[in-house]
Design a protein around this ligand. Structure first.
Ligand code: GFB
Length: 324
C-alpha cells in the first residue's frame, strides 16, 4: 500500500454516520487523533446538491468516508430498482463532487461485492469488474456503485485527487437493519430465529434453496480495514475487503439457530430468489498488507445477537422498511 495519509489533527467527515458501516467507522476513528465530523439529516440532506456544497465549503473536512447509501437485501433491491439506482447515484455524486470543490484531500468510497458479474470465477479478483452480466436482483444498486467507483477514478485522473474505493463483502453486526423484507440475510435470520424461539415455534424460515454461498465480515472488522485503507492506500484500483471465507446459507441458518438457542427445523422457501450463487472475494491485495479480520463468523454472530438482545429491550433495533 503506497499512500500514507496521516489522520492526526485532521477533520474526517463520515457521511452516513448513523448506518451500520458509518457508525462502526465513527467507533473506529475514536482511537485516531482526529476530529470526526458528522451531520444529522435535518442539518445536511445528502440528496441536496447545493446544501452539500455549502456544508462542505463551511466545514472544510480534510478527508471523507462515503458510507451513506440506500442499502437493502435481495428482495428490497429487486423491488425498488429505481430508488436503489437513483438515490445512490445522487448521494455519491453530491458527496464526491462537493469534496472535490472544497479541496478534500482524501476520500474513501464504499462499494459492494455485488458490483461483480453473477458468474465471476471465484474467488473474485478486483479486475473481474465489468467482465460479465450482473445479478439481476441487484444490478440497479451495483450499477450505482460501479458509477461511484468510476467517478472517484475519473476525479483522480483528471484532477489528481487521492480518492479511493473499497469493495466490502456482505457485512453484518450492530446497527444492521432487522426489517424482515428490507434487511440482509443475517439480521433477518437472527430476528426470525429469535421470534420463533420467543413464540415457542421450532421452524426457521429461510429464503431460497439454502445452496448459495456468501462471505461475511463483521462490521467492526470492515471499519478497521476501511480506516487502514484511508491511511495507507492510494491508487486508482479498488480494493476488496472481506474475510476470505464463505458458507452456504443453509449452514449459516443452522449456525444462527444454534446461537439463538433451540434446535430448530430449517424450512426453505424456494419461491424466494437465491440471487448470486457465490461471491467470495479475492482479498489477497488487502491481506498482502498484513491486515486480518479479528472476528470469525461464529464470534461475530454471537456479538451481534448479544447486541440485538440488549437493544431490543431498549427499542433501539432499526427496522427500516424498503421503501423508506
Ligand atoms: O443478504 P441477502 O439479502 O443479499 O441474501 P445478497 C443473501 C442470501 O441469503 C440470498 C438468502 O441467497 C437469500 O435468498 N436468504 C435466506 C435471505 N433467507 C433470507 C432472509 O430471510 N432474508 C434475506 N435478505 N436473505 C445483497 C445485495 O445481495 O448483497 C445488496 O442485494 C448488497 O445490494 C449486499 O450488495 C452486500 O448477498 O444476495
Amino acid at each position: 500500500m503506497n499512500g500514507t495519509f496521516d489522520l492526526r489533527g485532521k477533520k474526517v467527515f463520515v457521511a452516513g454516520h448513523r448506518g451500520m458501516v458509518g457508525s462502526a467507522v465513527v467507533r473506529r476513528l475514536a482511537s485516531e487523533d482526529c476530529e470526526v465530523l458528522t451531520a444529522a439529516r435535518t442539518e445536511l440532506d445528502l440528496g441536496d446538491q447545493a446544501g452539500v456544497r455549502r456544508w462542505m465549503m463551511d466545514r472544510r473536512p480534510d478527508a471523507v468516508v462515503m458510507a451513506a447509501a440506500k442499502v437493502g437485501g435481495i428482495l428490497a433491491n429487486d423491488r425498488f430498482s429505481a430508488d436503489f439506482l437513483h438515490e445512490n447515484l445522487v448521494l455519491q455524486t453530491n458527496v464526491i463532487d462537493s469534496a472535490f470543490r472544497s479541496e478534500v484531500r482524501k476520500l474513501l468510497f464504499l462499494g459492494s461485492s455485488c458490483i461483480y458479474p453473477k458468474f465471476a470465477s471465484q474467488p473474485i479478483q478486483e479486475d473481474a469488474l465489468l467482465t460479465g452480466p450482473l445479478e439481476p436482483t441487484n444490478e440497479w444498486y451495483a450499477i450505482a456503485k460501479i458509477a461511484g467507483l468510476k467517478l472517484c477514478q475519473a476525479y483522480r485522473r483528471q484532477y489528481g485527487v487521492d480518492y479511493i474505493s473499497a469493495m466490502p463483502t456482505n457485512l453484518y453486526g450492530p446497527g444492521d437493519n432487522f426489517h424482515l423484507e428490507a434487511g440482509h440475510v443475517i439480521p433477518a435470520l437472527m430476528r426470525k430465529a429469535h421470534e420463533a424461539r420467543q413464540a415457542g415455534r421450532k421452524t426457521l424460515q429461510v429464503w431460497g434453496s439454502g445452496t448459495p454461498m456468501r462471505e461475511f465480515l463483521y462490521v467492526d472488522d470492515a471499519a478497521d480495514a476501511l480506516v487502514f485503507l484511508l491511511k495507507a492506500y492510494s491508487g486508482e484500483g479498488h480494493v476488496n475487503v472481506g474475510s476470505g471465507q464463505d458458507i452456504t446459507i443453509a449452514e449459516l441458518a443452522r449456525m444462527v439457530a444454534s446461537i439463538v438457542g433451540g434446535d430448530m427445523e430449517i424450512a426453505f422457501d424456494t419461491t424466494k430468489p437465491d440471487g448470486t450463487p457465490r461471491k467470495l472475494l479475492d482479498v489477497s491485495r488487502l491481506f498482502a498488507t498484513g491486515w486480518r479480520p479479528r472476528y470469525a463468523l461464529r464470534g461475530g454472530l454471537e456479538q451481534t445477537y448479544a447486541w440485538f438482545i440488549r437493544n431490543i429491550e431498549a427499542g433501539q433495533i432499526r427496522l427500516t422498511a424498503p421503501e423508506s
